[in-house]
Unconditional design. Structure first.
Length: 276
């Protein structure tokens, strides 16, 4: 596997043998690895591939082989001093000190030498700190406690939370017997500067309000009382004259229709007994 052909992220990049190429392509791929925080493992890496040493998650094996040289134009074979200097500055300080400078010829460092210079050994186990997750039982207890507090705050009035005993034991009659003139004559400035009183619970406020007077239902009419039921029951039925029909229309009701059907004797008795 080469440096420019990595596996899908986040798998580590195993550079088995890479002989280098255009510095621009390797610089762009290096920045991709840097953003992805990819783990890059070098076996054999040459030329522009040595830009991998600038990555924080690069590592080598003791038998790895890394080769360095100056950058040059592939067509003219002329060394590009500016690109070569950028390439050299990308190496860790210990590696730059060992190389001294880049030359037209290869300079090689083994993986064992790079490990001595501070490059991470790929065989070492890395310690990754993971936030400790709470157990399901602890999460359930915390969620239940939070829900209980929310329900308690929603169902408990603010006045009961502030001072439950004071608001519940306050006498409702005291607010009714207080002189209204005293509250009207009080100074507005004093009322504004005074500390706000704790509001009473809703139940106490309703109890202190004057109760509405509910009127009694009207008395039964004289004709419906005892003695007048038979007169009502035996009232003559109200005849309704048939409606005038349009020419050609059929009547909907019979001609002898009346408002009340004639009452039979047993029906009159039932009405009288019910009205008593």
């Amino acid at each position: 596997m080469t440096y420019l052909d990595p596996p899908p992220a986040p798998a580590p990049v195993e550079v088995v043998r890479d002989i280098g190429g255009y510095v621009k392509d390797y610089r762009e791929q290096t920045e991709i690895y840097r953003r992805e925080n990819r783990d890059v493992r070098l076996h054999e890496c040459r030329s522009a591939c040595t830009l991998a040493l600038s990555l924080p998650n690069v590592c080598v094996y003791p038998d790895s082989l890394i080769k360095f040289h100056q950058a040059y134009d592939e067509t003219t074979r002329i060394v590009d001093e500016g690109v070569s200097q950028d390439l050299f500055q990308s190496y860790p300080p210990a590696v730059r000190a060992r190389l001294g400078t880049l030359t037209r010829q290869y300079q090689s460092l083994s993986g064992a030498e790079l490990i001595e210079l501070g490059i991470r050994d790929c065989r070492e186990k890395r310690t990754i700190l993971i936030a400790q997750a709470a157990s399901p039982q602890e999460r359930g207890t915390a969620i239940g406690q939070a829900m209980s507090e929310i329900v308690a705050k929603l169902l408990t009035p603010a006045s009961l939370v502030a001072s439950p005993s004071a608001s519940l034991t306050a006498s409702p009659s005291a607010s009714l017997t207080a002189s209204p003139s005293a509250s009207l004559s009080a100074s507005p400035i004093a009322s504004l500067s005074a500390s706000p009183s704790v509001p009473k619970p809703r139940a106490v406020e309703m109890a202190s309000l004057p109760q509405p007077v509910i009127p009694l239902p009207p008395s039964k009419p004289a004709e419906l009382r005892a003695g007048g039921s038979s007169k009502l029951a035996m009232a003559a039925p109200l005849d309704i004259s048939p409606l005038k029909l349009m020419p050609g229309a059929l009547p909907l009701l019979p001609s002898h229709f009346s408002a009340y059907a004639p009452l039979k004797p047993f029906q009159v008795k039932m009405i009288e007994s019910h009205l008593r």
